[in-house]
Design a protein around this ligand. Structure first.
Ligand code: 5GP
Ligand code: ZN
Length: 118
């Protein structure tokens, strides 16, 4: 079973913010912003490549609830989902990073491998 499936089942502890029947949000263990939350579906979906529009629609509502809960909807935030190797996805369970609490930089491109973009 994957790491985030274990978090869903409380087999691995996490600092949860919000939970309902289908989704859970918890603090990232290695925050890259003052506020760094992960939002995941309870069912295992490998990545954004596999998510259904129905689940994605509900995920959107869940993310909107989280940002209201932690009061960053006005100050602003960023929602990211990493996909595959080039996207830097380490955990193969669909998750959305919610980053906020400070003015965020926009510097995502590595110059280590400038080839093979497409
Ligand atoms: P990815 O790189 O796959 O997009 O993001 C995985 C995220 O999960 C990383 O930001 C990493 O810090 C976080 N993470 C990895 N293991 C754990 C864990 O055991 N608990 C929590 N709360 N976050 C984790
Ligand atoms: Zn999983």
């Amino acid at each position: 079973m994957c790491l985030f499936c274990k978090i869903v089942r409380n087999e691995i502890p996490s600092n949860k913010i919000l939970e309902d029947d289908e989704f859970v949000a918890f603090h990232d263990i290695n925050p890259k912003a003052p506020l760094h939350i992960l939002a995941i579906p309870k069912i295992h979906v490998d990545s954004f490549n596999e998510v259904s529009p129905e689940l994605m629609a509900k995920m959107t509502t869940f993310i909107q609830k989280i940002v209201q809960e932690v009061k960053i909807e006005k100050s602003g935030y960023r929602v990211i989902t990493n996909i595959g190797d080039n996207g830097g996805q380490e955990v193969k369970h669909l998750h959305f990073h919610i980053l906020g609490g400070a003015k965020l930089k926009w510097d995502h491109f590595s110059d280590s491998d400038p080839q093979g973009h497409f």
